[in-house]
Design a protein around this ligand. Structure first.
Ligand code: SAJ
Length: 406
């Protein structure tokens, strides 16, 4: 039996995927409310294809509980936030989960950590915790790091089709877990040591952050000298060895905007490029604020409450608002005493910020300047409704000639 601990964005899809493949799965989370909802067959977030998979898992007998299970396979998928002041990882949830597994697990159990960890975390935080409790690593308990790689919006497809990494310091344990994941993963599964697995995960997200920062810096350069950054990127990308990403209003989500900080926190003297990239991406919401101010000035507008931000989610077609550029922008506005800006996102069904509208047309009726922050298909399919607005299109989705860009 597999006990999946932490039923959030990663744990839940992983648990249902194993259950769909016919394995006995129990999902554990300390949030009783969440466990109750899942036990009643209700999903806690939206994700393409998740509902069908969840229903299949239920018919295959998946159970949800707040209790840790006595078993030999334990998968931990709890959050790993970073400490804002030191930029280092905060492993407290992983440590707590490991300790509770140790309270109940069978002798010889395998603990698989899926949560992202900074390189060396298992050696410095997890192993000492296990040894302190008198467990012998490699016989009483075995450790594996199997970092996830799935992208919100396409999680289910990617769970099956992305290759993945299994980090284990005991090769035979690595091979056993590789076999376990191949029950649903159709792609290559690489077995390596724990530290390389930790590092490669953080490197993947840092690579993307640095490359997005390059695109964002180009957008700023091009704006200064009235060049079209999108045209320049399009042309440059025709070179066979160039692949520039797209500029945008900032980098959100719980991965790309977080993981590079682990490297900065651990190697402060060596991370010039990575730190600069982080700063560039973090500067983008303020940059958008400057663009809004330019447009207001150009049109002699002074009323900030006539500005509407479209999109609260951190990226297109998801309902996830963690670290979202729009939330970052609202924070900046708040600091500058610019209150009253209107907000709308078709994916966000709960009020989470002031002046948030639940109906698109009501929102449009209240505003003169529309700032597209998230490229949901919804806005792409409704461009005819925004023709009479001044549009700042930070995602370059809107072909209309008069639209302002980053
Ligand atoms: N973004 C840009 N320009 C781009 C691409 C993205 O501004 O050209 C922005 C997005 O709008 C968003 C942010 O970056 O705000 C991050 O979005 P994303 O879609 O690039 O990635 P995430 O954070 O949703 O998921 C990433 C993925 N990692 C990589 O692509 C290397 C995913 O595979 C990981 O599983 C996930 O992080 C994770 O959990 O680590």
């Amino acid at each position: 039996m597999i006990n999946v601990i932490g039923l959030g964005y990663i744990g839940l899809p992983t648990a249902v995927m194993f259950a769909k493949s016919g394995l006995e799965v129990i999902g554990t989370d300390y949030d009783k409310n969440l466990v109750d909802l899942l036990s009643q067959g209700k999903l806690t977030f939206e994700e393409e294809g998740l509902k069908e998979l969840f229903n299949e898992a239920i018919s295959n007998g998946i159970k949800f509980t707040t209790e840790y299970q006595k078993t030999d396979i334990n998968i931990i998928a709890v959050p790993t936030p970073y400490i804002n002041s030191s930029k280092k990882i905060d492993p407290k949830y992983v440590i707590a989960a490991v300790n509770t597994v140790l309270d109940v697990c069978e002798k010889g159990a395998i603990i698989i950590i899926e949560s992202t960890l900074s390189p060396g975390s298992i050696d410095s935080f997890v192993k000492p915790e296990i040894q302190k409790r008198g467990f012998v690593l490699g016989s009483d308990v075995h450790l594996v790091h199997a970092p996830e790689r799935i992208i919100p919006g396409n999680m289910i497809y990617e769970l099956e089709h992305n290759s993945r990494t299994i980090g284990a310091d005991e090769p035979e344990v690595g091979e056993k877990i590789k076999k376990l994941y191949s029950s649903f993963c159709k792609s290559e599964i690489v077995v390596t040591d724990i530290r390389s697995a930790e590092m490669s995960k953080v490197v993947e997200n840092t690579y993307r952050d640095v490359n997005i920062a390059f695109a964002n810096e180009l957008a700023k350069i091009c704006r200064t000298d009235h060049m079209d950054v999108y045209e320049i990127i399009r042309i440059a990308n025709m070179h066979p060895r160039v692949n520039i990403l797209q500029p945008g209003p900032g980098v959100g989500g719980h991965c790309i905007s977080v993981d590079p900080w682990f490297l900065v926190g651990d190697y402060p003297d060596l991370t010039n490029l990575i730190l600069t990239a982080r700063k560039i991406n973090d500067s983008m919401p303020t940059y958008v604020l400057g663009r809004i101010r330019d447009i207001m000035r150009e049109h002699n507008k002074t009323d900030i409450s006539k500005v509407g931000l479209y999109g609260l989610a951190y990226k297109e077609n998801v309902d996830d608002t963690r670290e979202s550029p729009t939330l970052q922008l609202l924070e900046r506005m708040d600091e500058h005493l610019a209150f009253g800006v209107k907000v709308y996102d078709p994916f966000i069904k709960k009020k989470i910020v002031a002046h948030q509208f639940m109906n698109f047309e009501d929102f449009l009726n209240e505003i003169e300047i529309l700032v597209i922050m998230t490229a949901h298909d919804h806005i792409k399919n409704n461009t005819d409704l925004i023709k009479d607005k001044l549009v700042l299109d930070t995602k370059n989705i809107y072909g209309f000639d008069g639209a302002y860009k980053l």
